[in-house]
Design a binder for this molecule. Structure first.
Ligand code: FMN
Length: 362
């Protein structure tokens, strides 16, 4: 059943369109800088995440593994990660933990990128010992724990894991035993500030927001089940731009309670270098991208993946140039105006939009 589901995901995620919810990034506007005072060639996308240096603030997010076609896909993703000098994650490794014969569909990323930064991926409900196995099998640099309750609820009858009881305690236990930093990620429905605070309290080092507006697993699962029963839920989730601010607020509230501030990956519907620039300006350390890379791979193979990532990096550079910002972290001092539904949503959640619109350049 799992094999069929994974193959369906690869086939459907590239055909089913993003949304229908909007990410909210279109409601977010930089205040342009008509005197940038720098040359495009001086703009650098070099970024730091978990103490490591990367050539661009982009994470190839978890997609696949465990089915034959995922081997070449993972090879192409790892090739691009290596060429660009960026981190990547593999898809959920439960399949390899249960059946060693499929391990190669994951470990291929180490063949292709022996020294790169690679994150293992398992459910946040995993037994902590198995989580350790996943890390060891991949010589992983980080461990992603995914949260996907809405996806499980939308799976065809009998497939979904419908008990999420005890996940926070389990995450705490995994954090305690994990030899590498733990990243907790949503898969496209977002994280609210309240849960983000609980996760930080549990010792999680990185939160990957996984907001709505990009890949929609409720749509994908209901398509698989040939059912429109989940139709009212197609808009479920916290839009990507909103969840990013919710999580950033939680991280800010929590900073000072631990030695180093937690880091943020913004993901869910990041589709351009301009989205990337906005996400970084709103507090992300990296952005995570999944479906566009899958689509690029099926259209043009590994060169397609590379081109897609190069374009994101190039557009990020263009945005930074137009803003007069030489390095990604300086984006966090550029003022941003948030309009429309995104602005309304954030105001109702107590966010002070005027502060953001009038923050001063460093
Ligand atoms: C085909 C496919 C399979 C995925 N499988 C996993 C997975 O195994 N584990 C996980 O944490 N996320 C998985 N994701 C979710 C992505 O990592 C990401 O959180 C989500 O797709 C939102 O990003 P996007 O809008 O850029 O696609 C998958 C995404 C796709 C498209």
């Amino acid at each position: 059943m799992r094999q069929k589901r994974k193959t369906d995901h690869l086939n459907l995620a590239r055909l089913i369109e993003d949304g229908p919810a909007a990410t909210g990034f279109a409601d977010i506007h930089f205040i342009p800088n008509c005197l940038p005072d720098l040359a495009l060639a001086e703009v650098s996308t070099v970024s730091y995440f978990l103490g490591e240096k990367f050539e661009a603030p982009i994470l190839i997010n978890a997609i696949s593994g465990g089915v034959p076609e995922s081997k070449e896909l993972n090879r192409a993703l790892a090739f691009a990660a290596c060429r660009l000098g960026i981190p990547m994650a593999v898809g959920s490794m439960t399949a390899a933990l249960e059946d060693p014969s499929v391990l190669q569909t994951y470990t291929v990323v180490r063949e292709e990128n022996p020294h790169g930064f690679i994150a293992a991926n398992v459910s946040a409900g995993i037994n902590p010992e198995l989580a350790l196995n996943a890390v060891e099998l991949l010589r992983a640099d980080a461990l992603q724990l995914h949260l996907n309750a809405p996806q499980e609820a939308a799976m065809p009858y009998g497939e979904g894991d419908l008990t999420f009881r005890g996940f926070l305690e389990n995450i705490k236990a995994v954090v305690k035993t994990s030899p590498v930093p733990v990243i907790v990620k949503e898969v496209g429905f977002g994280m609210a500030k309240e849960e983000a605070l609980n996760l930080l309290e549990a010792g999680v080092t990185v939160l990957d927001t996984g907001g709505s507006g990009g890949t929609n697993f409720i749509h994908i699962e209901s398509f698989r089940g040939n059912s429109r029963e989940a139709y009212p839920f197609y808009n479920w989730g916290i839009p990507s731009a909103v969840t990013l601010l919710e999580v950033a607020e939680a991280v800010k509230m929590y900073t000072g309670k631990r030695k180093t501030a937690a880091e943020i990956v913004a993901s869910g519907g990041i589709r351009s270098g301009l989205d990337t620039a906005k996400a970084l300006a709103l507090g992300a350390n990296l952005v995570g991208v999944a479906a566009p890379l899958l689509r690029a791979y099926y259209q043009e193979g590994k060169q397609g993946v590379l081109n897609c990532l190069h374009l994101l990096q190039h557009q990020l550079r263009q945005a930074m140039f137009m803003l007069g910002v030489q390095s990604p972290e300086l984006l966090q001092s550029r003022p941003l105006v948030i309009l429309g539904e995104t602005g309304k949503w954030l105001e109702l959640r107590g966010y002070n939009l005027r502060d953001l619109a009038n923050r001063k350049n460093r």
